[in-house]
Design a protein around this ligand. Structure first.
Ligand code: HEM
Length: 269
């Protein structure tokens, strides 16, 4: 890898999952061309009903429309997407569900992964001694990615509906209540993590909440880890230091991510 400068979000954080998730699901052309806009809109419409939500509805609708009309033949043979349609044809999953599953993958797997990859670069730029630790101890790669996810959760909040009355710390949450579960706050709970506001790649917080938890915990976390580990590992092997001069965040309804990250200088190993 040559030393130099680059903009890390467009050229790495967005470029990398775009290739991986598109190949995994097996689409190209129209689907791939729109994946970033669709993925972003799918997250924006989950939040409060504000201007961002309203502007994103038509775009999220395009994704829904595409997923409703796509067939197995539109997807690359051997891809996971084609496999899901094959499972539907065999009757292994309910009729009409394949398009919905693909919709879930596209909606949930794009913006979240982009956020986490941007965060890897930004946090290693801010904490050069932590990059150095991973360089010296490559076995820390999974722990370092888990710490990136704990420290800066891509999704700070997610939803639950109470299916029965539940008592939490002396307060009864009634059946039917809508709850916001504060994943990012839980990740910084001092009762659980020592010095929670310190970014420490040796911590190995395997129980962080950034993938949610329980039966509906993130279905794509295996893939997300593969992607995150690949990026952390490549940086640790090939980069001595990262100097960041500009980090721009834009408000988003759901995903806390960096929109532009100017790496003024990356020194190759
Ligand atoms: C670092 C990247 C990612 C983060 C931080 C993340 C985070 C999350 C979170 C917080 C949830 C809600 C879990 C809950 O309700 O307990 C979720 C659900 C989900 N995620 Fe991810 N995700 C990531 C990547 C992906 C990828 C790459 C895919 C697939 C390609 C994916 C597919 C899904 C699906 C299908 C669900 C819904 C699971 C269900 O409701 O049963 N995610 N994710």
């Amino acid at each position: 890898m040559a030393s130099g400068s680059f903009e890390a979000i467009d050229s790495l954080a967005r470029a990398f999952p775009l290739e991986i998730v598109a190949d995994l699901i097996g689409f190209s052309g129209h689907g791939k061309d729109n994946m970033l806009r669709w993925g972003q809109a799918a997250m924006q419409v989950i939040g409060p009903l504000n201007q961002r939500t309203q502007e994103s509805f038509p775009i999220a609708g395009e994704l829904y429309g595409w997923c409703s009309s796509v067939t197995g033949d539109d997807l690359t043979p051997g891809s996971i997407g084609r496999g899901i349609f094959d499972a539907e044809s065999r009757g292994d999953i309910p009729e009409g569900s394949a398009g919905h599953i693909i919709h879930q993958y596209l909606g949930a797997g794009v913006d979240t992964t982009i956020a986490s990859i941007g965060n890897i670069v930004a946090l290693f730029g801010r904490h050069p001694e932590q990059l150095q630790l991973v360089r010296e101890n490559p076995e820390l790669v999974p722990a370092a990615f888990a710490e990136v996810l704990r420290y800066w959760a891509p999704l700070h909040i997610w939803g639950r509906t109470a299916t029965r009355d539940v008592e939490i710390d002396g307060v009864t949450v009634p059946a039917g209540a809508q709850l916001g579960i504060l994943l990012g706050a839980g990740n910084r709970d001092a009762r659980h993590y020592e010095n929670p506001d310190v970014f420490d790649v040796t911590r190995n917080p395997v129980d962080h909440l950034s993938f949610g938890y329980g039966p509906h915990g993130c279905a794509g976390q295996g893939l997300a880890k593969l992607e995150g580990h690949a990026i952390v590992s490549a940086l640790a092997r090939q980069v001595k230091s990262i100097t960041i001069t500009d980090e721009v965040r834009v408000p988003s309804n759901m995903t806390r991510s960096i929109d532009k990250l100017h790496v003024a200088k990356v020194v190759a190993a």
